[in-house]
Design a protein around this ligand. Sequence first.
Ligand code: G
Ligand code: G
Ligand code: MN
Ligand code: NA
Length: 260
Amino acid sequence: HSLTNGLPAALEKGEFFIEYQPLVRLADGTVRGAEALVRWLHPVHGVLGPDQFIPLAEDTGLIVPLGRWVLEQAARQARKWRDGAEDNSEPLRVNVNLSPCQLSHATLVSDTVAVLENAGLCPSTLCLEVTENDLIGADEDALRPLRQLADLGVDIALDDFGTGYSNLSYLRRLPVSQLKLDRSFTRGMQRAPADPVDVKIVEGIVSLAHTLDLAVTVEGVETAVQADHLRMLGCDTAQGWYYARPGPPERLHTLALADA
Ligand code: G
Ligand code: G
Ligand code: MN
Ligand code: NA
């Protein structure tokens, strides 16, 4: 693979950067934070998305230092947003994706605590996203680091929810505080009339999630019709091109200030 050679050195050479995609509270349309999405500015191939290099980083073990770097950058960014905001405004939060290798890495909890302390951030400013498939089959020992982080106040989101093969009752055992509903479930609501089966499914998931005290974030919101519908169905937070594509961190501030 032609990308393999450059990957180990890319971190030292400063070739990675992060874009942020806003997370919007559906009830009032305010920006409540953003998801950090890593990109690689490859010297030959240009900007590469995570799908093109994260699997490689996982295979080579680079994901651990890369993931730590993303976490540090995202925490620093959240601190900058806070420093630039009005004193009494709710702090913008930042979501960071975790790979399964990071979940099982011995220093996940200590690294995360150190990053939060160095940035001077409250743990609840951070949300870690883990996918449903990465947690399937995890026993209590494997879940302990996530549970420790959750106990410290870090938010844990179950990413790509609905695409795995999990038994819904297992949700009760997981230290998660929110579900991120995969965009395949919201696609049928882009235009009226909405797909009635998709509506029923989202209704069911929201009802289950709220019963378990879990917030629901919907991905892939591309139209106003879709946002309105998902708000009426009781979804809490939305992310998607209707609000903004992933972009530079400065833009989030502009979007958040526009709310005020
Ligand atoms: O950027 P894009 O919207 O193409 O993101 C595709 C996927 O890549 C995301 O859904 C996310 O799961 C994954 N991803 C993005 N940034 C990171 C990261 O820093 N670490 C890990 N492990 N995955 C990421
Ligand atoms: O794995 P994760 O769900 O984090 O991946 C998010 C992916 O979805 C990214 O590649 C991102 O660019 C893309 N994305 C984000 N918002 C939208 C959207 O509104 N519509 C579509 N089609 N893709 C989106
Ligand atoms: Mn994600
Ligand atoms: Na996702």
